[in-house]
Design a protein around this ligand. Structure first.
Ligand code: MN
Length: 188
């Protein structure tokens, strides 16, 4: 769709010879988001959003919700590399974040943050402490808001036709990548 901004990049290379990535669709307003379920010292979920070539990251102790009435604390953590989005496995004992990780949800997001009717770029939205997102994941869909408070960021599902009061963490516990639960992943 639209102009292929990676066309020149691909034309210059023979991907049968070079090991460089061919790249997918150049992002046009859509960036990767991922939610990883992480059974570390405490079970939590990590929300990551692609911003300027890295994954901005938050630890969400109670995990995301599809119910607009739930306010979920999201504690900002360090940026992760883009490749981390597909990471599943066991972080060894003694290492930072030791424990098992599965890709609980993955997809694309669109930054729909506005101020006075004007679109606000992600970097500014992050600085100002208010981000409106449209998620297109396998599980999480539709509008979400991230708002910074004194206690940390708060993640809330926006009221839209994709809001849902069921407990999605219980209903859909498996990895969207391997199909495994975190307990199953832990054992391999
Ligand atoms: Mn984590």
């Amino acid at each position: 769709m639209g102009i292929d901004r990676l066309k020149t990049y691909r034309e210059k290379r023979d991907f049968g010879i070079t090991s460089e990535p061919a790249g997918g669709k150049a992002s046009s307003g859509s960036q990767i988001f991922v939610v990883q379920k992480h059974n570390a010292r405490r079970l939590h979920y990590d929300l990551r959003l692609e911003v300027n070539g890295v994954l901005k990251s938050w630890a969400v102790p109670k995990g995301p919700s599809t119910n607009p009435q739930d306010k979920r604390l999201a504690i900002e953590t360090e940026d992760h590399p883009l490749e981390y989005a597909s990471f599943e496995g066991v972080i060894p004992e003694g290492q930072y974040g030791a424990g098992t990780v599965i890709v609980w949800d993955i997809g694309f997001y669109e930054n729909v943050t506005e101020k006075n009717g004007q679109a606000v770029p992600m970097t500014e939205a992050l600085k100002s402490g208010h981000i409106a997102l449209l998620l297109a994941g396998k599980k999480l869909k539709g509008g979400y808001a991230l708002t910074r408070t004194k206690q940390g960021w708060i993640l809330i599902k926006m009221k839209d036709e994709l809001a849902d009061s069921r407990d999605i963490l219980q209903a859909e516990p498996r990895s969207v990548q391997s199909g495994m639960t975190i307990e199953e992943r832990e054992k391999i």
